[in-house]
Design a protein around this ligand. Structure first.
Ligand SMILES: C[S@@+](CC[C@H](N)C(=O)[O-])C[C@H]1O[C@@H](n2cnc3c(N)ncnc32)[C@H](O)[C@@H]1O
Ligand code: SF4
Length: 397
């Protein structure tokens, strides 16, 4: 997932902590993480609230022109080479291939280059073209292998498409493939989940993201299934624990709440954590290009407005697109840093973050065995990680 999802979002105007300032002057920086949003999808899945645009193949090239124009305007913020580049969506691999390859060729080089893909869009020629275009990692949205659950989600790809896509990527020499799975789909039994995990593991992905299906406000899916999702909330704790125990038993490292990678001991010593997403969880600066994309640089966060027409129009006139800005005072960034950092299995260094913690809450969580507080660091225990957000909410000031 990219900078329109897991990255912190600017508050909506009603929640803003400080009045929105006039668009700030952007100063040179050395940002090492770049997110590029490719919003085009063949259709809209009912459960999805990401910034997407259905079809409009005739606009793909102009959108890429606009992305490259935005890159030129923000280039001085970016380090060269980058550490990570992430093309997220939408369905990046639905973008007209010529436009997608032109984009890849024009973006700054990066050590890790990830592209999100929907299985039905991955052909052997596309897989080879992505590899030749410098892509090092593909994140494939499988979601489930069961036809009935995929139908409930309104997905177009089936299990056979996922397998075909993985084989095409392997044939094109990709050695870093991630699969996204959803759990908590209405009608999904514990045995269904186990079968999904088994089928995903059989494909030997280097990385797995397993998300609990969220009822996003205002989506068709929530309208139809929201009550069911609410009713199964307790059962989902068991599902989460099952995901973790099944994947860790199979040799995966549970390195972030919803993310797993093959442990170095079974991966020839490779660290297969998603470097781009690690940067979000570690509170690093990042720049996002494209509609709906979020950037956070120093004490400023901005989000491009989601209108495709307005975005392309502004950039092709040489202007920056319409954005919402937010100032992030030190304590706000520190608090975010704790909330995100405690999602990881690595200890969070306390230096500079002391005021973000509530001493009484931290002591309570420690007494309950939810938090491990060592001199200079804090981390959630295994039990604390299952409780997750409720613990972190309790320990932050
Ligand atoms: C926005 S999608 C983009 C990738 C691609 N278009 C796809 O559908 O697989 C990225 C991931 O977000 C997750 N996602 C989308 N909507 C979600 C929801 N309502 N709850 C939980 N995860 C969601 C899915 O697992 C998906 O693979
Ligand atoms: S394909 Fe992915 S991004 Fe597009 S609507 Fe479906 S879940 Fe959202």
């Amino acid at each position: 997932m990219g900078a329109v999802d897991h990255a912190p979002r600017p508050s909506s105007p009603g929640e803003q902590r400080a009045p929105a300032p006039a668009p700030p002057e952007l100063r040179p920086a050395n940002v090492s993480h770049l997110y590029v949003h490719l919003p085009f999808c063949a259709h809209r899945c009912g459960y999805c609230d990401f910034v997407t645009v259905v079809g409009r193949a005739e606009e793909h090239d102009r959108y890429v022109d606009a992305l490259l124009a935005e890159l030129e305007l923000e280039r001085e913020l970016l380090a060269r080479p980058l550490e990570t580049l992430y093309l997220g969506g939408g369905t990046p691999t639905l973008t007209r291939t010529g436009a997608l390859l032109r984009l890849l060729a024009s973006l700054p080089p990066a050590a890790e280059v990830t592209v999100e893909a929907n299985p039905e869009t991955v052909t052997s020629p596309l897989a080879r073209a992505l590899r030749d275009g410098g892509v090092t990692r593909v994140s494939l949205g499988a979601q489930s292998f069961r036809p009935d659950l995929l139908a409930t989600l309104g997905r177009r790809a089936g299990a056979a498409d996922v397998r075909r896509a993985v084989y095409a990527l392997r044939d094109a020499s990709f050695d870093n493939i991630s699969l996204d799975l959803l759990y908590g789909i209405p009608g999904q039994s514990a045995a269904d989940l186990d079968a999904d995990l088994a089928q995903a593991l059989a494909l030997e992905p280097e990385h797995l993201s397993c998300y609990e299906l969220e009822a996003k406000p205002g989506t068709r899916f929530t309208h139809r299934h929201g009550a069911e999702l609410g009713a199964q909330a307790e059962a989902l704790e068991g599902y989460f624990e099952h995901v973790v125990s099944r994947l860790t038993a199979a040799g995966y490292r549970w390195y972030e709440t919803a993310n797993f990678c093959r442990a170095p001991s079974v991966a020839g010593g490779r660290d297969l954590r998603a470097r781009h997403n690690l940067a979000y969880w570690r509170g690093r600066d990042y720049v996002g290009l494209g509609i709906g994309a979020v950037s956070t640089v120093g004490t400023r966060r901005w989000r491009n407005r989601p209108s495709l027409r307005a975005y392309v129009g502004a950039l092709l006139r040489g202007a920056r697109p319409a954005r919402e800005f937010e100032e992030l005072p030190g304590p706000v960034r520190e608090r975010e840093r704790v909330l995100l950092g405690l999602r990881l299995d690595e200890p969070l260094a306390l230096a500079g973050l002391e005021r973000a913690f509530d001493a009484a809450g931290l002591a309570r969580a420690e007494r309950l065995g939810l938090v491990e507080h060592r001199p200079g660091t804090v981390a959630l225990t295994r039990r604390g990680r299952f409780v997750g957000g409720a613990v972190t909410a309790d320990v932050v000031a």
